[in-house]
Unconditional design. Structure first.
Length: 83
């Protein structure tokens, strides 16, 4: 799956989890620059991603996610490793 396709599918999940319909995904998006990004909202987002994309994150992956760019790359890796 291409990065653009991931972002297209991810955007409504991000907007729902962070309760902000105006959010656009950019690589440096993080808790530092999104007011509604809390530990709970991020965990809800991860759950929605696992359901939508039909895979489970590994703990070591989550440790390396510091912003939205890292999250998109992690999702991308799940699809490139399965091809």
């Amino acid at each position: 799956m291409e990065r653009e396709q991931i972002i297209e599918k991810l955007t409504p999940l991000v907007r729902e989890a962070f309760q902000d319909d105006s959010l656009e995904i950019i690589d440096n998006m993080s808790a530092e620059n999104v007011a509604s990004w809390t530990s709970l909202s991020f965990m809800q987002l991860l759950s929605k991603i696992e359901e939508k994309f039909a895979f489970k994150f590994k703990i070591f992956e989550l440790i390396n996610i510091h912003n939205m760019g890292d999250l998109v790359s992690s999702i991308e890796n799940h699809f490139s490793s399965n091809e």
